[in-house]
Design a protein around this ligand. Structure first.
Ligand SMILES: Cc1cc2nc3c(=O)[nH]c(=O)nc-3n(C[C@H](O)[C@H](O)[C@H](O)COP(=O)(O)OP(=O)(O)OC[C@H]3O[C@@H](n4cnc5c(N)ncnc54)[C@H](O)[C@@H]3O)c2cc1C
Length: 401
C-alpha cells in the first residue's frame, strides 16, 4: 500500500507539534498530525511555566506569553528563598495553536477530531495507524509513525514500549484567576498542609491575572494527607484564600490533568515508529516540567528521523540513535531526579524547611545547573537535608538504582 504521507504524528501537544514543525520546516517530507480533540487548544491542562530554552530555541512569540519573571521563589513552612531563574508563563492553548499554525505554514497538515486507536503492524514493522474520524475507523499509512499522545501513550503502550500503569502518577489542578497578585515571581511551596505529597504554586499571568494550583504524587499524597481531607479542588480553593499576597475576584479557567513519569529510560523507537514527549515519559520526574523536555525529545527524534528518511531506512536500528541520544543527554539526571523525587515529596516539614533554606544558599552557577537539570553530586549534597528517617526509605530507593 502506498503511504498517505511520509510521516504521521499521533497527538498534537507540544511534543507532537514540535516534531511536525521540525520535519515540515527542515525538509520536503509530508507530515500529518492526527489530534483527538476538536481543536488543538482543547488541550489546556498545563500551567505553561517555562524557560529560555523553550522561548528562544523554539521561537515562541510574545503573543502567547502571559507573563515574564525574573526569579523563582521556593517556600516551605518557616523558609523562603529566591532563586535568580528567569521564567515565562505561557497561555498554553494559544501556544499550541501557534505551534500548529507554524507547522501548517511550513506545509504540515493538522487533522483534529481524529482519535488514533492502534498501530498498523505488518511483518513486525509499524506501517501506519488506525484512527476514528466522524464515527468511522480509517487507516493512515506512513513511512514513519510518531507517538505523541501524552501520558496515554496510545501506541507505545500497545507496542510494549512504555506502560503508563507501571509509572508514578501525579495529578494537578489549577485555577486561572482574575484579581490582585502582589508577587512578580513563580512561587513553589513545599508544605504538606497545602499540598500533601506534592507542591503548590502561584504564577503571575499578566495584568491582574494569576494562576494558582496544587499537584501531588499519589503515593506520597496517601502518606501525608490529613485524615479528614477533601478533594483537590478544596485544596486549591484553600490555597487561593489563605494567603494575603493575592486575592481572587473571579475564576477565568480551570486546568487539570495527570503526569505519568518514570526515569524516562524507555524504549523510544521500534521499526517504523518513534515516541516523543510524555508518550514515553520525557517529563522531568522531580518537578513535573514537561514542555521543555517534550519539545527537546521531539527535536532529537526529528534529527534522527530526517536522516533515516533520507536513507529510506526507518528501522529500529537506525531510529534508536534517538533513544541513545536521549539516554546520553537526560538519562542519568532523570534517573537521579526520579530517586530524589522519592525523597523530596516524602520530606518531613523540617526537611522541607532545610531544603528551601539550602536552595537559597546555592551559588549562581549551582542555580544555573539546577535550572538546566545538570546538578553535580556536590550540588545534591549541598541541597539534601538528611534525616535519619530517610534510612527507612532505602528499600524504595534501591528499586530505582
Ligand atoms: C496540571 C498540570 C500542570 C502542568 N504545568 C506544567 C508547567 O507549568 N510547565 C511544564 O513544562 N509542564 C507542565 N505540565 C506538564 C506538561 O503539560 C506536559 O508534560 C506536556 O504537555 C507534554 O506534552 P506532550 O505533547 O508530550 O503531551 P500532551 O500535552 O499530553 O499532548 C498529547 C496530545 O495527544 C492527544 N491525544 C491523546 N490521545 C490521542 C489519540 N488516541 N489520538 C490522537 N490524539 C491523542 C491529546 O489530546 C493531546 O493533545 C503540567 C501538567 C499538568 C497536568
Amino acid at each position: 500500500m502506498s503511504a498517505d504521507a511520509d510521516v504521521v504524528v499521533a497527538g498534537g501537544g507540544p511534543a507532537g507539534l514540535q516534531f511536525a514543525r521540525e520535519i515540515a520546516s527542515r525538509s520536503e517530507y509530508s507530515v500529518t498530525v492526527l489530534e483527538a480533540n476538536d481543536r488543538l487548544s482543547d488541550n489546556d491542562k498545563s500551567t505553561g511555566g517555562t524557560f529560555d530554552q523553550v522561548i528562544e530555541r523554539y521561537g515562541i512569540p510574545d503573543s502567547v506569553v502571559m507573563a515574564e519573571n525574573e526569579d523563582v521563589v521556593f517556600e516551605a513552612p518557616g523558609a523562603s528563598s529566591r532563586l535568580p531563574i528567569p521564567g515565562y508563563v505561557l497561555d498554553f492553548p494559544a501556544f499550541l495553536e501557534f505551534l500548529g499554525e507554524d507547522a501548517e505554514s511550513h506545509g504540515a497538515e493538522i487533522r483534529t477530531g481524529a482519535r488514533v486507536a492502534e498501530p498498523v503492524v505488518e511483518r513486525g514493522r509499524v506501517v501506519g495507524v488506525e484512527y476514528w474520524d466522524d464515527g468511522e475507523k480509517r487507516r493512515f499509512d506512513a513511512d514513519l509513525v510518531v507517538d505523541a499522545t501524552g501520558p496515554r501513550a496510545v501506541l507505545a503502550k500497545q507496542l510494549d514500549m512504555f506502560d503508563p500503569a507501571s509509572a508514578q502518577r501525579g495529578i494537578g489542578k489549577e485555577y486561572e484567576v482574575r484579581g490582585r497578585y502582589d508577587l512578580d515571581s513563580m512561587l513553589f511551596r513545599f508544605d504538606h498542609e497545602v499540598a500533601p505529597g506534592g507542591y503548590a504554586w502561584t504564577f503571575p499571568a499578566g495584568d491582574d491575572v494569576f494562576k494558582v494550583g496544587i499537584c501531588w504524587i499519589e503515593d506520597f499524597y496517601d502518606t501525608h494527607r490529613a485524615p479528614d481531607d477533601g478533594t483537590i479542588d478544596e485544596y486549591v480553593a484553600e490555597w487561593l484564600t489563605r494567603d494575603p499576597r493575592w486575592e481572587a475576584e473571579d475564576r477565568r479557567a480551570v486546568h487539570a490533568g495527570d503526569a505519568v513519569s518514570n526515569n524516562s529510560i524507555n524504549q523510544r523507537a521500534t521499526d517504523g515508529l518513534v515516541a516523543v514527549g510524555d508518550a514515553v515519559s520525557s517529563i522531568n520526574p522531580l518537578f513535573g516540567e514537561g514542555i521543555r523536555p517534550g519539545m527537546e525529545s521531539a527535536e532529537m527524534a526529528a534529527n534522527v528521523a530526517l536522516a533515516a528518511l533520507d536513507r529510506g531506512d526507518t528501522s529500529r536500528e537506525r531510529l534508536s540513535v534517538y533513544e541513545d541520544a536521549w539516554n546520553d543527554e537526560k538519562g542519568l539526571q532523570w534517573r537521579i531526579q526520579r530517586i530524589v523525587c522519592e525523597l523530596l515529596y516524602d520530606f518531613t516539614p523540617e526537611q522541607q524547611r532545610r531544603f528551601v533554606t539550602s536552595a537559597g544558599r546555592l551559588s549562581d552557577a549551582q542555580v544555573g545547573r539546577l535550572q538546566a537539570y545538570e546538578l553535580t553530586v556536590g550540588d545534591y549534597l549541598d541541597l539534601y537535608p538528611f534525616d535519619p528517617s530517610d534510612l527507612s526509605k532505602l528499600p524504595a530507593i534501591a528499586r530505582h538504582v
